[in-house]
Design a protein around this ligand. Structure first.
Ligand SMILES: [Zn+2]
Length: 327
């Protein structure tokens, strides 16, 4: 769970810094947007952060509803997923076991859990020893749930996907995670769902249903844009399509949008696969050589290792009215 509802708000450079599509990327996006299911099958793994869920009303009843509907869609559509847990979200007096039960639903065939630290601190602002303690504090219930079902706790995702502001801190944290048996879960596509989700939920709470509908439609459109951007950037980086990893959050917006979001991905030719199978692709053997205070997609990180020019400034922004609404 994020302290501010805008979980990944600090993950990328300021919007003003990221203006200006390169012509090549824009042209490739236009091309990719026209691809139909007749094209070769594309693969994507879905990952969800901030379990047991992000809501402006993080009551047990609201989180139960969000998790139930989101998981029902994924199971009906046979979409595997990994959920990344902040165990701080379990520590509500009198509700601990009920909240652990929400996580238990994410464990089973096609589903597993990962560690997203206890309290969702950024490594940019947290001493390394305190951050490492938060990693270990955040694995207790998650490890117990996975052990009970014969699964291993393998996946770790840094809050805000901040992986270390200096080479020394990043190397030390990587070594710590490795010693504790963790693999870092990359992502290649995300669509600022935290921003749309905040505006969407606020509109619903205010009874502004037209604004909620408009926000949901804008989210799905931005998702299309970001999938196209990720596809184009992968081709520009590796000379071929690669399997992708989508990062989103457990929130009401995704609970409501997931059926249409999955339909749109299928219409682009995607099938839904596990995170393990995606990272078997050799593109994922490319080292993450990005060091800094932002938390960009692994596509941007790999370009550092491959000596390719940065495309971070070309990444499309959500509509200005969405970003203004969450300021
Ligand atoms: Zn998060």
């Amino acid at each position: 769970m994020c302290a501010p509802i805008v979980c990944r708000a600090k993950a990328l450079p300021p919007l003003s810094w990221r203006r200006g599509f390169s012509t090549a990327i824009a042209a490739c996006i236009a091309l990719c947007a026209t691809i139909t299911p007749a094209q070769p099958v594309r693969r994507i793994a879905l990952t969800f952060d901030d379990l047991p869920g992000v809501s402006q009303r993080s009551s047990l009843a609201v989180l139960d509803d969000i998790n139930r509907r989101l998981l029902a869609t994924l199971r009906i559509e046979r979409v595997p997923a990994v959920g990344f847990v902040n165990e701080r979200g379990l520590d509500v007096p009198g509700e601990h076991e009920a909240r652990v039960d929400l996580l238990r639903r994410w464990v089973g065939p096609g589903f597993t859990l990962g560690n997203h630290t206890y309290a969702h601190k950024s490594i940019n602002d947290t001493p390394l020893d305190a951050y490492q303690a938060d990693v270990l504090k955040g694995e207790v219930a998650t490890r117990r749930l996975l052990d009970a079902s014969g699964q291993e706790l393998v996946w770790f995702r840094h809050p805000y996907t901040h992986t270390g502001p200096t080479p020394a801190i990043k190397a030390s944290l990587d070594a710590f995670l490795n010693e504790h048996g963790y693999d870092v879960a990359p992502f290649t596509i995300e669509a600022a769902d935290y921003a749309f989700a905040a505006v969407y939920e606020r509109a619903l709470m205010a009874g502004e249903h037209a604004r909620a509908d408009e926000t949901l439609a804008a989210y799905l459109a931005h998702q299309d844009t970001m999938v196209a951007f990720g596809e184009a950037l992968a081709v520009d980086t590796f000379g071929r399509d690669i399997p992708h990893i989508l990062l989103g959050h457990v929130n009401r917006l995704n609970a409501d949008a997931m059926p249409e979001l999955l339909r749109r991905l299928r219409a682009r030719g995607y099938i839904f696969v596990t995170l393990d199978s995606v990272i078997d692709d050799e593109a994922y053997d490319t080292p993450d050589r990005f060091v800094g205070r932002y938390g960009p997609s692994w596509l941007h990180r790999w370009r550092v290792a491959l000596g390719k020019p940065s495309r971070m400034a070309a990444e499309p922004d959500p509509p200005a009215w969405v970003m203004k609404a969450i300021e």
